[in-house]
Write a protein that binds this ligand. Structure first.
Ligand code: ADP
Ligand code: AMP
Length: 217
């Protein structure tokens, strides 16, 4: 199954992607995670992406698309994938469509996680991420047993630089200006499925799985 998760920053895409990918036995491909990993390792890709990420802007399409094109050709993505954070504008969506068509494939479904702006700000300002395994926590809504330590792997938790108030606001503007257009784009393609992404994480996962099962080929 080939799935895209779409929704504003903080909607819970990464949180749901980790559970959905494991339920569906497909890899989760998060462009934000790949960029952050490259930034922390100081690679050329990381150096090209870093300033954009710190400002909350989109990394240029040519950089992002080249990275995703390589990733989608890896063995584990041949039977399906769950994309989290890509595409983020219409040119990226057009490129993805052409890329998949070239491999005789297409997206099955685009799952939109619907939450309002106030909830997004509450979620982003309390987000904590594990430096070792990448698991996402929330200081209030989904706290680990010890505040600075990941329950899953014992890694240290950190607050993302782009989860500060000013950058959060800018990322929400970028979402409204560029990414929200994808909602009508995929609705026109007939593959958009929106779910209410409020409420406890496991209830959102159940809702998402029930919705996705209707699209399975
Ligand atoms: P995104 O990948 O869409 O930016 P995340 O998955 O990183 O969003 O979630 C943002 C924050 O919201 C995280 O701290 C996460 O723990 C928290 N969160 C995710 N889903 C829920 C939920 N259903 N209820 C409350 N908090 C949530
Ligand atoms: P995320 O982890 O999805 O919130 O992404 C964090 C940051 O990585 C974004 O604010 C962008 O700077 C960058 N990024 C992630 N995915 C993309 C993409 N598809 N296109 C451009 N930039 C991206």
């Amino acid at each position: 199954m080939r799935v895209v998760l779409v929704g504003p920053p903080g909607a819970g895409k990464g949180t749901q992607a980790q559970f959905l990918a494991s339920h569906l036995s497909i890899p989760k491909i998060s462009t934000g995670d790949i960029f952050r990993d490259n930034v922390s390792r100081g690679t050329g890709l990381g150096q090209r992406a870093q300033a954009y990420m710190e400002r909350g802007d989109l990394v240029p399409d040519e950089v992002t698309i080249a990275m995703v094109t390589d990733r989608l050709q890896e063995d584990d993505a041949q039977a399906g994938f769950l994309l989290d954070g890509f595409p983020r504008n219409v040119p990226q969506a057009e490129t993805l469509k052409k890329l998949l068509a070239g491999w005789d494939n297409r997206l099955d479904v685009v799952l939109e996680l619907v939450v309002d702006d106030d909830e997004v700000v509450r979620r982003l300002s309390g987000r904590r991420t594990c430096r070792r395994c990448g698991r996402v926590w929330h200081a209030t809504f989904d706290p680990p047993a010890r505040p600075e330590t990941c329950d899953d792997c014992g890694g240290e938790l950190f607050q993302r630089d782009d989860d500060r108030e000013n950058t959060i606001r800018h990322r929400l503007e970028v979402y409204q200006q560029q990414t929200a257009l994808l909602i009508s784009y995929y609705a026109d393609e007939g593959i958009l499925l929106g779910i209410d992404a409020t409420g406890p994480v496991d209830e959102v996962t159940d809702r998402a799985l029930a919705a996705l099962r209707r699209f399975m080929r």
